[in-house]
Design a protein around this ligand. Structure first.
Ligand code: HEC
Length: 144
């Protein structure tokens, strides 16, 4: 599960709408999201965006995280700015300190095509190997 205290408001709303429509794959979120209106998503997003970001305590592979940092700077930092602590455009999620397992699942879903990417992000992801994706997950999970 993602940690979403302090998550970017539009990214949260977009995720909830995509869960509701089935565009984003899920086990339980799709069913839950069907019970809420856009106005309620907006209200929830406003609440969570105002919370202090929660930095998860987790162990990562430091060698992988160091490799991931380089790939992130080269390919991802234009949109996921400041090591994923901030964002360039609204709708871009904050990833710094996110749970490792959650990030790994997102990469798997993107890679298999289960979860859709924006066109610009897909252009970058094409250049990344499966091993580098795992390095990236360790890197973003490690950012404090
Ligand atoms: C052109 C801007 C752009 C670039 C470059 C980009 N991203 Fe993204 N990223 C986005 C946007 C916008 C979203 C949210 C929309 C979506 O679901 O696709 C996102 C979502 C994500 C998510 C999902 C996070 C979550 O909590 O759901 C991950 C993981 C991610 N990006 C990783 C990366 C990595 C790693 C790179 C570099 C290889 C990268 N992105 C490059 C714009 C970008």
């Amino acid at each position: 599960m993602p940690s979403f205290a302090g998550q970017q408001k539009d990214a949260f709303i977009q995720s909830m709408k995509e869960f509701k429509s089935g565009e984003r794959p899920s086990t339980v979120m799709g069913r839950l999201a069907k019970g809420y209106t856009d106005a309620e998503f907006e209200a929830m997003a406003g609440f969570f965006a105002k919370q202090k970001t929660f930095k998860t305590e987790q162990s990562v592979d430091n060698a992988k995280a160091a490799k991931g940092a380089q790939v992130a700077e080269q390919h991802c930092g234009k949109c996921h700015t400041d090591q994923g602590k901030t964002f360039k455009d609204e709708g871009t999620p904050i990833m710094a300190g996110q749970w490792l397992k959650y990030l790994q699942i997102q990469f798997e879903d993107y890679q298999s095509g289960k979860r859709q990417m924006t066109k610009n992000m897909a252009n970058r992801m094409k250049l990344i190997s499966a091993e580098e994706m795992d390095d990236l997950a360790h890197f973003y999970a490690s950012v404090k």
